[in-house]
Design a protein around this ligand. Sequence first.
Ligand SMILES: [Fe+2]
Ligand SMILES: [Fe+2]
Length: 276
Amino acid sequence: MTKTLSKMAVEVLTTADGRAKTALSHQHAAAWFASREAGTPIPLGNSAPPLRPSRPEKPEQLDPRNVPRRRPGSEQGRLAMLHAVGHIELNAVDLHWDIIARFTDVDMPLGFYDDWVKSADEESKHFNLICDSLEAKDSFYGAMPAHAGMWRAAEDTADDLMGRLAVVPMVLEARGLDVTPGMIKIFQQAKDQQTLDALEIIYAEEVGHVAYGSKWFNFLCGRHALDPKQTFHDLVQKYFHGALKPPFNEEKRADAGLPPDFYWPLSDQEPPAYAR
Ligand SMILES: [Fe+2]
Ligand SMILES: [Fe+2]
């Protein structure tokens, strides 16, 4: 009997070690795409994901206010930044497998699963690239404390697929598009080619994850005859705590199907005339 896709997702979610989690994630993604190619897709099944994914004992997870701040220009500052990116990538691996197993009661086309399996596979690569870069600097993922509370968005939207799409890919991952160019500049100045190569891959592939979010969000708005912009505003206000922070990467957000009048009105600044 073949394992179901939701069972495969639960296996990834309940694996604690980062390298082991991402190895399993790659393996299951390859199995899914092989089954799609063969025209015999692995059945979805209905294995229930854990409320929270398993994570390694280290890093210690602290309230963001208690995570020590380091100067971004210093070597320690760059290491801390890389470590924080690694933490985000590992969280993203779990988020993408979670959306696959969490909403099996909502009837979605197979392309929905293709998109999130591909995203989970890419996040697994991102995590490993960042780990490699940390290890090349005699550090490792787990060497520094990390932000607690990253899973909150997943818990808050555990019963609401449209809320999940609005908050995770369309707000949190879109934020990644805003901040990555600044990080790339920092590592250019430091002449750290290994990290630059990793960040360029991450930057290019994250556009796709945001695009999958807006694609399936719009799909569901169509199914339920909802106005996408108004629904996005309502759901972000319901589930996301705080305002969105400009400056926005309007060009990459547009590539990902996010128009300015979706996100600007949710910021704490006066939107430009074109974004109201
Ligand atoms: Fe990523
Ligand atoms: Fe992503």
